[in-house]
Design a protein around this ligand. Sequence first.
Ligand code: DLL
Length: 445
Amino acid sequence: MRYEIKGNIMTDHRIWNPDFETMPRADLEQLQLERLQSTLNRVYRNVTFYRNRFDQMGIEPADIRSREDLEKIPFTAKEDLRDNYPYGMFALPLREVVRIHSSTGTTGKPTVVGYSANDLDSWSEVVARILTAGGVTRDDVVQIAFGYGLFTGGFGLHYGAERIGASVIPISSGNTKRQLMIMEDYRTTALVCTPSYAMFLTEVIEENRIDPERLALRYGLFGAEPWSEKMRDEIQSKTGIIATDNYGLSEVMGPGVAGECIERAGLHLNEDHFIPEIIDPETGKTLPAGSWGELVLTTVRREAMPLIRYRTRDLTRLYTDECACGRTTIKMEKVRGRTDDMIIFKGVNVYPSQVEQLLFEFEGVTPHYQIVLSRDGALDTMEILVEVNETMFFDEMKKQSNLVQQIGDSIRATLGVTARVKLVEPRSLERFQGKARRVVDEREI
Ligand code: DLL
C-alpha cells in the first residue's frame, strides 16, 4: 500500500470493504451470477411488468445461466418506469418499503424509487465505499451540500458518511455565504456537492480572498453531472484539495454506483451490486469490451425495486486495469454526457461536453459557458456564450477578437458546425447550486 503525505492530505489508499472491493474477478463474476439469478426469480414472481416481458419473449429466469444469457432479456427504459407509475415496478408490498425517492422528472411524471430496510443498508454500504475511496475517514467533517429531499444526492451521501463514522453536516444546497461560514468555522474537511457548485464555491473563496490554507478542506467528492478534467484542475489548484468524481442515478439507487479513488483515474463500479454493460445506443447491440457507448445497469442486490438491464442514457466506457489502490472492480470512464443531451444542429450531432473540452484549450477562458440554440426563419443558429477571466476581459479588443475567431475555427474544424461565439464578462453567466444547465434550446420544433 502506498503511503505518502502531501501537505495536510494523506494519500494512502483505504478500502471500506476489501472482501468485495478486492475480490478475485472469477469469484466476483460467480457472485454476480448467483445474485442475478435470485433477482430474476424475484422480479418474475413479483413484478407484473417483468413477468409479462419474460413471457412474451419465452424466457424463464432459469434460462439465464451466464452473463451472456443476460443479453437475451429486453432493456428496461425510463418510459417503462413512467408507464408503471407510481408503484408498478415494486417487487415488495408497500408495507416493506421504508423510503421513497424520485427522479427530477423534467418532462412528464417523475419516476418513483422505493427502498426496503435492506436496500437502505446496501445504499449506505456502497456510498461508504465511494467516500472511503475518495479519502474520507471517520476523522473527517463532511459538509453535504446536495439537496435533501426527493433527490437522492443529500440522503444517499449522508447515510454513507454516517456509516463511516464521519461527522456529517447536512447543510443541503444553497446559501453560499452560510456554506462558507460553516466550512470555515466547523473546520469542514470534505465537501460533497455537484462539481459546478464546487466551482462556484471556489470562485467565491477567491473573490472573498479567503486563504484556502485557513480552511481545513482536504477532499471534494463531486458528482451528479458531467465535469471535465479542466474543471478538476481548476478546483484542485485553487483549493489544494483532492477532487474525485462519483456517479449514480436515482432509478438504480442514487449515488453509490461508482466512484474514483484518489488515483483519479476512472470510477470503480460496485459490481457486487450492479452488473454493467455497454451498448450501442442506436442499435441496442452489446459492444466489445472497452468501447464507448451507453451504460446499461442491472441491480443484483435491490429488494424493493430491482431493475433489469436499465438504459441509463449515459455515455461511457468500461475497462479493467490494475489500479494502484488494489481494487479489482471494473472501472468506468468519466461520463461524457447523455444520449439525450445530444444536440442535433443542422443534422450534425454535437455533445455539450465536446464544446466544453474544446473551449478549455484556450487561455483566458473560464469553465463557464452556455450554448443557445435558436431559429432564424428556417435556419437553426447556435450561439456559444463564453465567460472569460478578468485579464482577457480587460485586454485589447484585438486579443478578444482573435480568441473569438480561434474558438469559432476550432468548433468548425472539430465538430463540423458553425457557431457564433460571444465572449461575456467574468461572473455574468448563471451559477448553479445543483446541476448545471448548459444548453438553452429556443427552437420551436
Ligand atoms: O444525480 C444521483 C447522484 C447524486 C449521483 C449525487 C452522484 C452524486 P439523478 O438526479 O437521477 O441522480 O441523475 C442521474 O445524472 O444518469 C447522469 O446523467 C448524471 N450523473 C450523475 N453522476 C454523474 C457523474 C443523481 N459523476 C443522472 N458524471 C445520470 C456525469 C453524472 N454524469
